[in-house]
Ligand binder design. Structure first.
Ligand code: DAH
Length: 357
């Protein structure tokens, strides 16, 4: 029994991993282990012999079991120490730099404008950039041979011979969204619609793709006075200038009657434009009371409802607010320009937090 004890105590001391230790446990005190087999022999002994051998064998079994579990704990400790040593990480090292983009002025200004109109109860809608000519023209009271069709420098989609679908265009303005929204929700309605529009034109202030925002409010007693208040409220919030003056000039659009072009107060000092001061004027949008035919085209009864509408260039008011001189640079994807004029992703424009930082 002493030899057996010595054999296992030495073996346990020399084990270096848990699975060899488990093999040893099975060989010594497992069901068919050497100690267990010895215990079975107790039955064949005389009672006197058994009284001596029994307690000794039990003591041996206990001793081996506690040596095994002590060794098991020691191996686990050693394994943890090894992991802590090998998986060590210096959390004080500077992190790898990550490229960070900026928010484009068009996106920023679209958010700013949406926040202001949302505060006045307008929802935000979108329409398709490829329109058929009914939505882009006819429904807006611009019949086929109306001169306004030519003025728009429209991009027409190519049609295969025999294709008899109505002609499609890249929308020349966001006004067709007026019709789509009237069809969708009927009156009353208060909605703005920002988005891309297209015209075949290119110089310092024109690009073939640019951005507009359409506004429309239909109700039982909507008037020009509501239009003027809403726009003045908007410009004061957008340019962050209280009491900014606007000028409504009589104009003509097929889809409004009466129609007005709206200017905001500005001045030129040493070739520098200043918004909201002085006695010059800068044109910023077209507007008016919605033409009865337009309401009708959208399925709204012009005998019951009336509304105002306006259309404004997003790029243009972005240039005015942030002093950006050339429209074409908006769409050049020049990283230096984007970093200079772009906005931090964390500067979300809100009315209470400030529209721009
Ligand atoms: N759609 C016009 C344009 O692109 C702008 C416009 C003028 C929109 C008057 C309107 C409006 O809603 O009432 O030139």
């Amino acid at each position: 029994m002493d030899a057996l004890r010595q054999k296992y105590i030495d073996a346990i001391a020399n084990v270096a991993d848990e699975s060899t230790l488990e093999d040893l446990r099975v060989a010594a005190v497992g069901k068919k282990g050497e100690v267990s087999l010895k215990m079975r022999e107790l039955g064949k002994m005389t009672p006197e012999e058994r009284q001596v051998a029994g307690p000794k064998l039990n003591a041996l079994k206990d001793e081996l079991n506690s040596a095994l579990s002590a060794k098991k704990a020691a191996l686990a400790d050693a394994a943890l120490d090894e992991r802590l040593r090998s998986e060590w990480l210096d959390v004080t090292l500077p992190s790898r730099s990550r490229g960070q983009g900026t928010i484009h002025p068009v996106s920023q200004v679209t958010e700013e404008v949406s926040a202001i109109f949302a505060d006045m109860g307008f929802t935000v809608a979108e329409g398709p950039q490829i329109e058929n000519d009914w939505y882009n023209f006819d429904a807006l009271n611009i019949p086929p041979h109306h001169p306004a069709r030519q003025e728009f420098d429209t991009f027409y989609m190519n049609r295969a011979e025999g294709d008899d679908r109505p002609p499609h265009v890249l929308r020349t303005h966001t006004s067709p969204v007026q019709i789509r929204e009237m069809e969708k929700t009927g009156a009353p309605i208060r909605v703005i619609a920002p988005g891309r529009v297209y015209r075949s034109d290119y110089d310092q202030t024109h690009t073939p793709m640019f951005h507009q925002i359409e506004g429309m409010a239909i109700g039982k007693d909507i008037s020009m006075a509501n239009l003027k208040w809403v726009l003045e409220e908007f410009f004061a919030a957008f340019f962050e200038i209280d009491g900014i003056k606007t000028r409504f000039r009589a104009s003509h659009f097929p889809f409004t009657e009466p129609s007005a072009e709206v200017d905001i107060q500005c001045s030129w000092v040493d070739g520098q434009l200043r918004i909201g001061e002085g006695d010059d004027w800068m044109e910023v949008l077209g507007s008016g009371m919605m033409h009865p035919k337009v309401l009708q085209a959208g399925g709204v009864d012009p005998d019951k409802w009336q509304g105002f509408a306006f259309g404004m260039g997003i790029d243009r008011i972005a240039m005015l607010k942030y002093g950006i001189p050339d429209l074409r640079a908006f769409f050049d994807s020049d990283l230096r320009w984007l970093r200079h004029y772009g906005f931090s992703a964390l500067d979300m424009p809100t009315l209470h937090g400030g529209l721009s930082k």
